[in-house]
Design a protein around this ligand. Structure first.
Ligand code: CP
Length: 316
């Protein structure tokens, strides 16, 4: 695997899930694979889960993990090509990336969508430079359009908890005070469309996602109707894709609470975290026994480990 952005990069989903279960059961079985290998994890943005789970996955594989916080620990990096560098960014990605590549075997990059320029974000302009110029396999740790390690962990969590062969999974928009990227819902939609689930997306009008990610998913604007009979509810806020980066609603009728969960099939509640309590979801729902947010976050180690393991196997 040369890069990990999309569900097709992981190949057969059944095989990937079986491998994830093996990795989860015996996380230290591949310690030799990562011996004397190094992953560099580059963060342009804040993180708790992605940073720690990626490091833990690397340690489980016997690898060294180095974390670089761009804008904090290093020089500020210019990301746009062709600019006169007379601002506050003394180094360009064009030099920084091959330098980073020369120090490691794998690279992980977190580079959130800036939400200013849809083409810049949706062309994965930053991540693609790492793919083109590092000479090393590159993992998206949430980039302009996708968060594949999260979606893989989400799918594994559903696989572990489903009680019917083809569960109904509902992804719902929920309110948030700030404009958030579409990477998590894009990837969740992409992975659910590839999985054997009945997938429904619900959001207020104006929050339509990129049709390329929505694919064959059913879109239902009535949240209560969408929730009927759901086995899993996946809540997430995102800003508008159409009116790019704008907040069109903060309607707290969309906050996931008992009212909505009562019409589901005793659904499990999921969220990628961090979550704004009583904006995205009520305390009652997230603290209930049907909440999967902690095992879901724990599975981030597993998804990252499967991806790194496959990349290491390819470069042996
Ligand atoms: N879910 C997720 O990616 O969390 P962090 O932003 O804390 O890494």
């Amino acid at each position: 695997m040369k890069s990990f952005l999309h569900v097709h990069d992981i190949g057969d989903l059944r095989q990937a899930l079986d491998e994830a279960k093996r990795v989860k059961a015996t996380p230290f079985a591949w310690q030799e694979l990562g011996k004397n290998k190094t992953v560099i994890l580059i963060f342009f943005n804040s993180s708790l889960r992605t940073r720690l789970s990626s490091q833990k996955a690397a340690l489980n594989l016997g690898m060294n993990a180095i974390v670089l916080n761009v804008n904090g620990d290093s020089w500020k990096l210019e990301t746009e090509m062709g600019v006169v560098m007379d601002g506050d960014k003394p180094e360009h990605l064009r030099e920084a990336i091959p330098v980073i590549g020369s120090y490691c075997d794998l690279i992980g990059v977190r580079s959130f969508a800036g939400l200013q320029d849809r083409d810049f974000d949706y062309n994965e302009t930053i991540l693609k430079q790492f793919i083109d110029y590092s000479g090393k396999p590159v993992i998206s740790l949430e980039s302009g359009t996708v968060h594949p390690c999260q979606a893989f962990a989400d799918l594994l969590t559903i696989e572990e908890h489903k009680t019917v062969s083809r569960p109904k999974v509902v992804m719902t928009w929920a309110p948030h005070p700030r404009a958030l990227p579409q990477a998590v819902p894009n990837s969740f939609a992409e992975w659910m469309n590839a999985a054997d689930v009945d997938f429904v997306i619900t959001h207020p009008e104006g929050y339509e996602l990129d049709p390329g990610f929505v694919g064959k998913a059913r879109v239902e604007y009535d949240q209560m109707k969408a929730f009927e009979g759901a086995d899993f509810v996946y809540a997430k806020n995102w800003s508008s894709y159409v009116r790019y980066g704008e907040i069109l609603s903060r309607d707290r009728n969309w906050t996931v609470g008992k009212r909505q969960m009562d019409v589901t099939n005793n659904a499990f509640f999921m969220h990628c975290l961090p979550v704004r309590r009583n904006m995205i979801v009520t305390d009652e729902v997230i603290d209930s026994p049907r909440s999967l947010v902690i095992p879901e976050a724990a599975n981030r180690v597993v998804s990252a480990q499967v991806v790194m393991k496959r990349m290491l196997e390819d470069i042996q």
